[in-house]
Write a protein that binds this ligand. Structure first.
Ligand code: MTE
Length: 427
């Protein structure tokens, strides 16, 4: 093991990414499924080289429903293989999102798996005995359930949540699913600590990255087969607060949310929380996948040519539990409700404007602010003049970050954190 990385463990992707890239250049990092061109693109200083085509055959995709649970239109907006939760459907629900109303983000479709047959295969150079993929250590569902369990309440939120506002508020063209603000849910997750499983599997002190991989179908995009959904996690994060969850809000995980077992990575972007996890590669060498190279980094004029470091912690947002375009009677006092959240710490302050941003008032917080969970709030409003009105909510988190008036754009529309203009009509 090279001395420069033997004890290099950090959850700070910015620092780690430099080491990881250098190792790739020296032939000491795995980048299965990532084209050489994409890797060279990440190395700003590198020259061009021929692209290595991806030749893995696509697995047949059956005509399956992409999502299994019912998607009543009063709760969800369908978005391709995904379903966005309507914020107005959270009115009256508690701090956690009921499983039936939790948004779904599927690259392909929900696989139907049998917990009795399911195995978690743990393999890689970072395990004692350097186990190859053909010689993994296996855990069954019952094995996991026999390990000490732990419970954590945390949000899962897509990195592209709020993406549509880059276009509608800032006139920017970005690619990806046009989410409004409903690609988030909060749940009480129960499972085992990933760290406990890694220790039992014999992770060595040189292990650097852990890459969970889903059992759903290969993801095909723009004529390329990117293989199965997978994204490496630095070991320090994996050992910190990451769960292998088998319960969601007191029930076995629903099929659409990863049954029988998913990864839950608190405070990080949703793609880290791999559903239907089938194996964990534990590696002494840094790992790459399309989900931490060409995807889930910031590209565009405001970012380095090779893109930002892989995205980790979620940003800061607020949403009203009010339908877009809702009507309110003039002169009748009403109570506006909403929720604000941040990946950097608890939301401790929320200000609301009911006049398009001229005057701001402090909203009343309904929850004790907590990290990884949203804070619910409300504000009373007596609508004045008839006609269109714009509601705005602006959160501040425990780290002192406040939502800005505009977000710094990036080509894939991640991390929209600006205050959203919520249109309503006074009648
Ligand atoms: N895991 C697998 N195996 N396949 C996927 O398509 N989508 C990811 C992540 N884990 C995904 C996955 C993304 S982008 C998000 S935002 C979350 O799952 C969404 O979790 P949910 O569908 O339970 O809300």
């Amino acid at each position: 093991m090279p001395a420069d990385v033997s004890n290099f463990r950090t959850s700070d992707e910015v620092a780690y990414d430099r080491t990881r890239l250098r190792q790739w250049r020296e032939g000491r990092a795995g980048a299965d499924g990532v084209s050489r061109r994409a890797m060279l693109g990440l190395l700003a200083a590198a020259g061009s080289a021929a692209t290595v085509p991806l030749t893995a055959p696509a697995r047949a995709v059956a005509a399956e429903p992409t999502i299994r649970k019912p998607l009543p239109p009063e709760w969800f907006v369908p978005r391709g293989t995904n379903a966005e939760t309507r914020f107005e459907a959270l009115r009256g629900t508690g701090r956690t999102t009921p499983n039936e109303r939790f948004f779904v983000r599927n690259h392909t479709f929900t696989p139907v798996l049998d917990a009795g047959e399911w195995r978690l295969k743990v393999w890689g150079s970072g395990l004692r005995g350097r186990r190859g993929e053909d010689r993994p250590l296996e855990f069954g569902y019952d094995d996991l359930r026999r390990l000490p369990s732990t419970t954590r309440t945390a949000f899962v939120e897509c990195a592209g949540n709020g993406r549509s506002f880059y276009a509608s508020q800032q006139g920017e063209t970005v690619t990806g699913t046009s989410w409004t603000l409903g690609a988030i849910g909060v749940a009480r997750w129960r499972g085992v600590r990933l760290g406990d499983v890694l220790r039992r599997a014999g992770a060595t002190r040189y292990a650097l990255d852990v890459q969970p991989r889903g059992l759903d179908a290969d993801f095909l995009t723009n004529g390329e087969n990117l293989g199965r959904v997978r994204r490496p996690l630095p070991l320090a994060k994996a050992l910190d607060d990451v769960l292998l969850a088998y319960e969601m809000n007191g029930e076995p995980l629903p099929a659409d949310h990863g049954y029988p077992v998913r990864v839950v990575v608190p405070s990080w972007i949703g793609i880290s929380s791999v559903k239907w996890v089938g194996d964990l590669e534990v590696s002494e060498e840094p790992l790459y996948s399309p989900w931490n190279t060409t995807l889930y980094r910031l590209f565009g004029p405001a970012h380095p040519p090779e893109g930002s470091a892989p995205l980790t912690r979620q940003t800061l947002k607020s949403a009203f539990e009010v339908a877009s375009g809702a009507t309110f009677p003039q002169g009748v006092r009403t109570r506006l409700h909403g929720r604000s959240w941040s990946g950097a710490g608890a939301v401790v302050k929320v200000e609301v404007s009911t006049d398009g941003g001229e005057r701001w008032r402090r909203a009343r917080l309904h929850d004790v602010p907590r990290a990884d969970v949203w804070t619910r709030w409300s504000l009373d409003w007596r609508p004045g003049a008839r006609g269109p009105a714009t509601l705005l909510a602006r959160a501040t988190d425990a780290r002192g970050r406040t939502q800005p008036a505009a977000s710094v754009p990036n080509t894939q529309g991640y991390f929209f954190d600006a205050v959203v203009r919520h249109p309503v009509t006074v009648v």
